[in-house]
Design a binder for this molecule. Structure first.
Ligand SMILES: CC(C)(COP(=O)(O)OP(=O)(O)OC[C@H]1O[C@@H](n2cnc3c(N)ncnc32)[C@H](O)[C@@H]1OP(=O)(O)O)[C@@H](O)C(=O)NCCC(=O)NCCS
Length: 156
């Protein structure tokens, strides 16, 4: 699997669930992403990837499938001390590789980090472009009526 800055990106294992949940919880406290509980990570374990560095989980990312041609990349996070070393890019590239293998044509993100996703080929679009996303997740989000996330899309 991909290696850069000494990190390896691979499919998550059940034993990574606690570490993944902890990374998302840290950023959820800052209000920049939704927390993923260890239970929800375990339930979706085949859709999660991690970046591992010297035996430690330093980043994560997940795929959510919507149709046979449309998917979302979500829960992308890299521990603060490992940012800006290309780990986020590696995680998203791994997810994109799997999506291409599955025949997915279009991938989207809802994010407060448009500069990161812009630099790896995503373009901003109107949120209404993806009604499925609104129905599935957003109804449970505390920010529903004041959503500040930016929708971005990339053709694979
Ligand atoms: C967004 C995040 C995942 C990026 O991870 P990362 O490993 O630091 O990103 P990379 O090093 O792969 O960055 C790739 C490119 O994205 C751009 N980029 C990354 N972070 C950026 C930032 N804070 N501001 C501007 N551009 C940024 C840069 O062009 C960068 O390339 P460069 O370092 O050569 O200039 C990380 O900052 C993070 O975990 N943020 C908190 C959680 C979050 O907001 N996740 C997104 C929710 S979906």
């Amino acid at each position: 699997m991909a290696e850069e800055s000494g990190a390896v990106v691979r499919y998550a294992r059940l034993s990574d669930a606690g570490a993944i949940s902890a990374i998302t919880a840290e950023y959820a406290r800052e209000g920049v992403m939704l927390e993923r509980s260890a239970e929800s990570v375990i339930e979706n374990i085949r859709n999660f990837f991690v970046a591992e560095h010297q035996g430690k989980i330093i980043g994560c990312c997940a795929i959510a499938f919507y149709t046979s041609k449309l998917a979302e990349i979500r829960s992308v996070a890299v521990l603060a001390q490992h940012k800006r070393k290309g780990i986020g890019r590696l995680l998203v590239e791994k997810a994109e590789e799997i999506l291409r293998e599955e025949g997915v044509k279009e991938v989207f993100v809802l994010t407060l980090s448009p500069d990161f996703f812009g630099s790896i080929g995503f373009s901003e679009i109107k949120k209404e472009y993806f009604p499925q996303k609104i129905w599935r997740d957003c109804t449970h989000c505390p920010k529903l009526m004041a959503c500040d996330e930016i929708a971005m899309v990339k053709n694979l």
